[in-house]
Design a protein around this ligand. Structure first.
Ligand SMILES: [Zn+2]
Length: 156
């Protein structure tokens, strides 16, 4: 397993444990408050209230960190996918294609804007009402029509 991923997993486990600990501590404090309400001094009640509030803040902060780590994981997965695509797709004309075993464009064209800017592969469609143009369904970029390629060597 990759070292970085392992570290990240440990972080998520630690945070989950910390959240559970804070939850348990909050329940203990709340049971102390309700059981001993009549016996506790005003000062003790204030201290317990502060403690509950501090625990709630910590729990919220940890939950935010947990969400943040999940987002990071998703972003890393997206970037990995994008990196793998980048190796596979080749530029031809104003678009990108998958590469045939010989390294020539094959299949339907992908939007160059989406691929280069966002790192995602989006097939372009024929523009309705103008057969000479294609349009990207995602970024709406219009370009000269590019057809499907059969993997043979393109004419220069
Ligand atoms: Zn696009």
């Amino acid at each position: 397993m990759h070292h970085k991923e392992y570290d990240n997993m440990v972080d998520i486990v630690s945070i989950t444990t910390a959240i559970q600990g804070i939850k348990a501590a909050t329940e203990i404090v709340q049971s102390i408050r309700s059981a001993d309400q009549s016996l506790a001094s005003a000062e003790q009640k204030l201290i317990l209230a502060d403690l509950v509030s501090a625990l709630a803040d910590s729990k919220t902060a940890l939950s935010n960190v947990q969400d943040y780590l999940h987002e990071k994981d998703k972003e890393i997965a997206r970037l990995k996918e994008s990196l793998a695509l980048r190796k596979e797709l080749i530029r031809h004309g104003e678009t990108y294609y998958e590469a045939s075993p010989k390294g020539f464009p094959v299949g339907d064209p992908y939007c160059s804007h989406c691929f280069e800017v966002k790192g995602i592969a989006v097939h372009i469609n024929q523009l309705a009402g103008d057969r000479s143009k294609s349009i990207c369904p995602s970024c709406k970029t219009k370009i000269r029509r590019h057809g499907a390629r059969d993997g043979s060597k393109p004419n220069a």
